[in-house]
Design a protein around this ligand. Sequence first.
Ligand SMILES: Nc1ncnc2c1ncn2[C@@H]1O[C@H](COP(=O)(O)OP(=O)(O)OP(=O)(O)O)[C@@H](O)[C@H]1O
Ligand SMILES: [Mg+2]
Length: 251
Amino acid sequence: MAIQGEKNQIAVEFQNFKKRFGTKLVHRDVSFQVRKGECLGLLGGSGAGKSVILRSLIGLEKPDEGQILVDGEDITKMGERDLIEIRKKVAYVFQNGALFDSMSVYENLAYPLRAHTKLNEREIADRVHEQLDEFGLAGNEKIFPANLSGGMQKRVGLARSIILQPKIVLYDEPTAGLDPYNTIRIQEMILRLKSKGVTAIFVTHDMPSVFAVCDRIALLLEGKVSAIGTREELERAPEGKLGRFVTGQEL
Ligand SMILES: Nc1ncnc2c1ncn2[C@@H]1O[C@H](COP(=O)(O)OP(=O)(O)OP(=O)(O)O)[C@@H](O)[C@H]1O
Ligand SMILES: [Mg+2]
């Protein structure tokens, strides 16, 4: 029973994930778990395969070998219909916000609600305004993405990605290129979701944000998770991989 209880605490699990593109073996053997409600920071050099891990989690890439469990269900064998359900549960926050240029901020946020829920227009309006309010974006409803700053685009992108109230959120470099003000706003948005029990994987090179929002950190190196643990555990580890990675030394 104890083992069963423990399993139920795992939101995401990669088991011996292997992925190659042509002759390039990107992931040799990646295994890690993300606990429910946890925010796991996923670090690794450019090209280490962090985005491929996130894309695989919503079925946009298929592994060559291995399993990916979401709430205990292997998604690697699922067809498109089941993957659509997974994508409601697992939100992917794209780096550039991925807003629709021809739609206002309001329409951008309303879009997923129209596509995936049975809410009527009044309920949609309430939900959109509530979301904008909660994330400090009220008053921007009529603006088009091209007229928003990069930081605002990312914040609106995040607000839209999570409007269906996913249980798991995948952040792909959400603070890249942002000024300190917008970086801190994004950190606050992530922490707010965390306080509601949302599980997250946070891919980034932004160490202050990792330390601000993540419970544990995983380091991807040469196709494997070479270290995983809390900041303190990794800093204490004899091989000191986290410190070496952060300070730009060879691992
Ligand atoms: N669809 C694809 N076809 C071919 N190669 C790909 C494809 N997707 C990813 N790759 C390769 O896989 C490797 C890992 O890519 P990925 O985008 O996951 O890296 P990353 O860790 O996210 O890097 P960055 O920090 O620069 O975003 C790269 O060498 C990339 O060129
Ligand atoms: Mg990437």
